[in-house]
Ligand binder design. Structure first.
Ligand code: NAP
Ligand code: ZN
Length: 417
């Protein structure tokens, strides 16, 4: 026993000696600096683990705090719209949550629904002409309060620091996030206004003037700013100018109203005579041309300072270019899915310009909205219930709408069972 104890102790002390022999040169070299370094490593590793745990808890809390939402979505290229349940993020410190009251149906919703431009991701909850009432604001929100009447247009975020953002043209920011069918920072798809509520950073929210009816104001969030922005930018907002508007649909009829409010002479260029009376009487246009009547088009050659082309389908450009005066500008806002044929000689001989334009920046959208408030400009709408949306899309495809469908979201959109 003692022997074995002895052997054991001998061998243990032997190992201890060996350890000491081996360890001592290192231990001798460990200074207080090393201890501090090691403890820092330990602390930072603990910090990392704690921070990971904290983020994990936050993400779980985020999931819990996410708000259930319901709406209408397109699930595939058939374009058929059906009920859809999803969730919206919690109200962040810079966010505004709104109950959606009304949402316009832009032709872009139709093009996106059927993947006409090739970049739609499904499920798509369309809608970027949104008007609602604020229900909740984040801790750092300064511009809005619960109860305010507000609107959301084509975008819900942008980088805020690039050349275009600094220029108040967030609509051209390469990182701009679409209201519907875009990708948010957390990699989720953005869902638009065919839904019961929305969350949006306060910097992308538009205030609605008190005097405007909310349903007929919704289309201004896209159609209004899309025509207002290029008219201002290209100096086509001066009294006495002659402006042409091609296509009397959602964008076109609002363009007529803004152009008249700016004091210009306005000619509507439409595919048929069907809308002549309304254009001249109700909308206040000065002249009306049928684009498919070469005689009428010829008589108006060289008379216009600028033309806003809102046509959603391929169409001949030459007769439209011919309507422009020397130095006239043709602004393309309509987005046909196929290229248009652009004859160059009329551009060269007339020093004419063809340019494009996409919606408007937040600052100019607010400016447009305030001008609309001042002149009582709203869209002419057909207010529809949520269950009419598929029929509305079919009618929109045939340009059969006077002049914008608006969904009565709050009163007619119900959650699917
Ligand atoms: P809309 O209500 O359908 O109006 C388009 C109008 O174009 C129709 O009312 C029709 O006017 C005319 N039209 C249709 N098919 C035609 C054809 N084959 N040939 C000639 N004219 C035709 O559409 P919207 O909502 O105003 O949108 C118009 C276009 O602008 C769409 O392509 C949309 O995607 C695009 N958009 C662009 C922006 C942007 O930022 N640039 C913003 C919003 C929308 P007439 O009956 O008078 O002929
Ligand atoms: Zn639009």
């Amino acid at each position: 026993m003692s022997n074995s104890t002895h052997i054991g102790s001998t061998s243990l002390s032997y190992i201890d000696d060996k350890k000491k022999k081996k360890a001592s040169p290192i231990l001798n070299r460990v200074t207080p600096l090393h201890y501090s370094y090691i403890s820092q490593l330990l602390i930072s590793s603990l910090k990392e683990q704690f921070s990971a745990l904290f983020s994990y808890c936050l993400s779980i809390m985020g999931e819990v705090l996410k708000k259930e939402a319901y709406g209408l979505a397109v699930k595939d290229e058939s374009g058929v719209i059906s009920p859809f349940r999803f969730s919206r993020r919690e109200t962040g410190e810079n966010d505004v949550r709104l109950k959606v009251l009304f949402c316009g149906i832009c032709h872009t919703d139709l093009s996106m629904a059927i993947n006409e431009w090739g970049f739609t991701s499904y499920p798509l909850v369309p809608g970027h002409e949104i008007v609602g009432v604020v229900t909740e604001v984040g801790a750092k929100v300064t511009k809005f309060n619960a109860g305010d009447k507000v609107g959301v247009g084509y975008m819900v975020s942008s980088c805020g620091s690039c050349e275009t953002c600094i220029d108040d043209q967030e609509n051209y920011c390469p990182k701009m996030i679409l209201t519907s069918g875009g990708k948010y920072y957390d990699d989720t798809i953005t869902y638009g206004g065919y839904s019961d509520h929305m969350v949006c950073e306060e910097d992308y929210i538009i205030r609605i003037p008190e005097n405007l009816p909310l349903d007929a104001t919704a289309p201004l969030l896209c159609a209004g700013t899309t025509v207002y922005s290029p008219m201002k930018y290209h100096g086509l907002d001066k009294p006495g100018m002659h402006i042409g508007v091609v296509g009397l649909g959602g964008l076109g009829h609002v363009a007529v109203k803004f152009a008249k409010a700016m004091g210009t002479k306005v000619t509507v260029i439409s595919t048929s005579d069907r809308k002549r009376d309304e254009a001249l009487t109700r909308l206040g246009a000065d002249l009306f041309l049928v684009s498919r009547d070469p005689e009428q088009m010829k008589d108006a050659m060289g008379t216009m300072d600028g033309i806003i082309d809102t046509v959603s389908a391929p169409h001949p450009v030459l007769p439209i270019l011919d309507l422009l005066k020397y130095k006239g500008k043709l602004i393309m806002v309509g987005a046909p899915d196929k290229p248009l044929e652009l004859p160059v000689l009329p551009l060269i001989f007339g020093k004419k310009m063809v340019v494009g334009s996409m919606v408007g920046g937040i600052k100019e959208t607010q400016e447009m909205m305030d001008l609309a408030g001042k002149h009582n400009i709203t869209a002419d709408i057909e207010l529809i219930s949520a269950d009419y949306v598929n029929t509305a899309m079919k009618r929109l495809e045939k340009a059969d709408v006077r002049y914008r469908f608006v969904i009565d979201v709050a009163n007619t959109l119900k959650p699917s069972p």
